[in-house]
Design a protein around this ligand. Structure first.
Ligand code: SF4
Length: 205
C-alpha cells in the first residue's frame, strides 16, 4: 500500500515524491525500496492531488501540532501539488501549522522564482544549508545543477524569509559540523533573514 501521509509523534508527514535533484552522501534514499518494510516510504508512483487531499482528510488535526511535507524525496519537485495541498490545509484550519522540509533548490527545479509562492500557504520552511562552503556542498549534496545550486539555495531562503513567518536553515551537529562551522552557518542564515537549527547527528533529514 502506498504511504502518502503518516504520523510521526505529534505531526502528520506528507510524502509526495521520491525524486530529488541531489544525491546527498548521507541520504536514506540510497537504501532503496523495501528497506523500511511494508510501510516503506518509497512510492510505487506519485500520488495525484486528489489522492493527497483524500489521504490528508483522514486525520483529526485537532490532535496534531503540524503537517510536514517531507518524505524520501524533494517536495518542491511537485510544487503545484504541494502548494495546492498546503492551501487546502490552511483554508480548512488557518491555525494549523504547515511546514515544508526542502533542499531549497525549488527555483532551479521549477525554472522560475518560487519562494513567494509559499506566502500564506506555509508557516515554516526548513531548508538544508548543510555547510558554509560551496565546494563542500557540491561534494556532499551532489546536485545535478552543479555549482549553481548553492547560491540558488541561499537566494531561495532570502526570498522566502520575506514572506514565510519561520525560515529555518539546518545543519547536522558535531561531529559532522564543528562549532566554528556552525557559527559561520548561523551568520549565513541570519544574514538571509532566517535562523539556524543544528540537527542532532542521528536525526537524518
Ligand atoms: S536533498 Fe534530501 S532527499 Fe535529496 S538527496 Fe539530499 S537528503 Fe536525500
Amino acid at each position: 500500500m502506498m504511504t502518502v501521509t503518516y504520523q510521526v509523534k505529534d505531526s502528520i508527514y506528507v510524502n509526495l515524491t521520491n525524486r530529488c535533484p541531489c544525491s546527498c552522501t548521507f541520504c536514506l534514499r540510497h537504501n532503496g525500496p523495501g528497506v523500511f518494510g511494508s510501510d516503506s516510504l518509497w512510492l510505487e508512483r506519485e500520488p495525484a492531488l486528489d489522492e493527497v487531499l483524500e489521504s490528508l482528510g483522514k486525520w483529526d488535526y485537532g490532535r496534531f501540532r503540524e503537517v510536514v511535507f517531507c518524505g524520501y524525496g524533494e517536495p518542491t519537485e511537485r510544487l503545484d501539488v504541494l502548494l495546492a495541498a498546503a492551501e487546502h490545509l490552511k483554508k480548512g484550519d488557518p491555525s494549523l501549522r504547515v511546514r515544508v522540509n526542502t533542499n531549497g533548490l525549488s527555483d532551479l527545479i521549477n525554472g522560475k522564482p518560487t519562494a513567494k509562492l509559499f506566502s500564506g500557504r506555509v508557516d515554516c520552511l526548513s531548508i538544508s544549508l548543510n555547510t558554509d562552503d560551496p565546494a563542500e556542498y557540491l561534494a556532499v549534496c551532489r546536485p545535478k545543477f552543479g555549482e549553481a545550486a548553492y547560491p540558488a539555495m541561499l537566494e531561495f531562503a532570502k526570498e522566502a524569509a520575506t514572506v514565510v513567518p519561520d525560515v529555518v536553515m539546518t545543519v547536522v551537529g558535531e561531529p559532522v559540523t564543528s562549532a566554528a562551522k556552525q557559527a559561520r552557518c548561523r551568520a549565513i542564515a541570519e544574514g538571509l533573514g532566517a535562523r539556524l537549527r543544528v540537527r542532532p547527528y542521528e536525526e537524518g533529514k
